[in-house]
Write a protein that binds this ligand. Structure first.
Ligand SMILES: [Zn+2]
Length: 425
């Protein structure tokens, strides 16, 4: 039976020392690798191919000996070996649900949901026992809404399983049931606030919200400020994927996302799969301890970095910084990888700039990189600025490029940050 509050109010888990956390994770890792070797065909064959046994993975650093699994590997494995690709560990009670996520990837749902990671995230986001929460994530097909629903039960909060859609109904429910918590995407929350104002309501007083927990979308700071201002509430986000669950969550300090307790998160070089030093940007790779569908070194395709400074909230886990983009948005110029987040990093140094885009072309078998820039009104020193931007580009991107200025509106909305127009023939 599931113990409600199972492990959840164990604050000592979130505040233990680095050594204790490492020892705990090593133990859980060894457990899941042994179990996987015995009961999961995919994990068994991973070890067979690597030519060693789970005992060879002693330290967290030893994870590097194991291969990375990408989403495409999972999709292919499931095609060859349906429905779960041999990754599953199915117990005697069987599978309670089968989730389908984009790919498509089929995922078995455990009979008793005991994963405390989303509950920890909700708690850090201000949701408490006794809260009445609307869960506007989609309850169909994919697992997130149901996992959050189960997690609210662990917290002893009441859930209204509304799912997305029908905004005026949502607003009426929020008022009639005195809803104190919102779960959903930030953009849907914005739609609710807009619609409430359209109904001549004041979202601050006519709704009773205290906290909103958002995810599944990028959540820029500007949007948080607008929403927090219009609602006068606390809005926190978490990060995870359908394949590996919750990986990080914001605390009241909102200075990055604390890595969840029952998971191992690595930041790796996308090319080699080796772990990078703390602070360096790389791909988020996760190993979870799911009893039915364990993922070992699953590549999320998202880029971020680790922060190890202590957090004033008292949680001692390392934190993930911002999600900086996707690994597949990378472009190779002169043999050097350029990511959109690096371009943002360069341009953040120039407040004169309103909008920008890099275009990569190829002339006589040579790559050419041009940064198109739209300036804010009233900026006059173009030649000086051109030189400074070119210098910074070379320093950060390690590739030489040209700067060209465009007229107002010269860069289309939603333009790709790096537009690769090379034709290979
Ligand atoms: Zn914190």
């Amino acid at each position: 039976m599931i113990n409600r509050r199972h492990g959840f109010f164990q604050r000592e888990k979130e505040t233990r020392s680095k050594e204790k956390r490492e020892a705990y994770l090593k133990e859980r890792l060894s457990e899941i690798l042994h179990q996987g070797y015995q009961h999961s065909k995919a994990i068994h064959s991973m070890f067979e191919k690597a030519g060693f046994m789970p005992d060879a993975v002693k330290e967290l650093k030893d994870l590097e000996k194991l291969p990375i699994t990408k989403k495409a590997d999972l999709v292919n494995a499931q095609r060859e070996n349906p429905p779960f690709g041999g990754f599953e560990i199915v117990s005697e009670v069987g599978v309670r649900r089968v989730y389908v996520s984009p790919g498509p990837v089929f995922e078995p749902g455990e009979w008793d949901y005991e994963d405390i990671r989303w509950a920890q995230a909700l708690f850090a986001g201000g949701i408490r026992a006794g809260d009445v929460v609307i869960n506007t994530f989609n309850y169909h097909v994919t697992p997130l809404a149901i996992m959050l629903d189960e997690s609210l039960r662990m917290l002893e909060a009441t859930v209204i399983p509304v799912g997305p859609g029908n905004i005026s109904m949502q607003i009426n429910l929020m008022r009639q049931l005195q809803v104190t918590g919102y779960l959903g995407t930030p953009s849907f929350l914005m739609s609710i606030v807009d619609a409430a104002e359209g109904m001549r309501l004041d979202p601050k007083t006519d709704l009773h919200l205290k906290a909103a927990f958002v995810g599944a979308e990028m959540f820029p700071e500007s949007l948080r400020q607008r929403l927090e201002g219009r609602l006068e509430i606390f809005i926190r986000q978490a990060y995870g994927t359908v394949d590996v669950g919750c990986l990080g969550y914001e605390c009241p300090e909102k200075n990055g996302m604390h890595i969840s307790e029952d998971v191992i998160v690595e930041i790796v070089d996308t090319e080699t799969g080796k772990q990078l030093e703390i602070g360096a940007t790389g791909e988020i790779v996760a190993t979870n301890f799911s009893k039915v569908f364990p993922m070992i070194r699953f590549a999320t395709g998202d880029l971020s970095y680790l922060i190890k400074d202590p957090c004033p909230c008292g949680r001692t886990s390392m934190r993930l910084g911002k999600i900086l983009g996707r690994t597949d948005q990378v472009t190779k110029v002169w043999g050097i990888f350029i990511h959109p987040w690096q371009v943002d990093e360069v341009m953040a140094r120039f407040p004169e700039v309103l909008n920008y885009q890099i275009v990569v072309t190829r002339k006589e078998y040579r790559d050419q990189m041009t940064m198109y820039i739209e300036l804010k009104e009233g900026i006059t020193d173009q030649p000086g600025l051109k030189r400074r931007v070119e210098r910074e580009m070379e320093e950060v991107l390690k590739v030489k490029g040209q700067v060209e200025f465009v007229q107002k509106g010269g860069i289309p909305d939603r333009a790709k940050k790096i537009d690769d127009r090379r034709i290979w023939e």
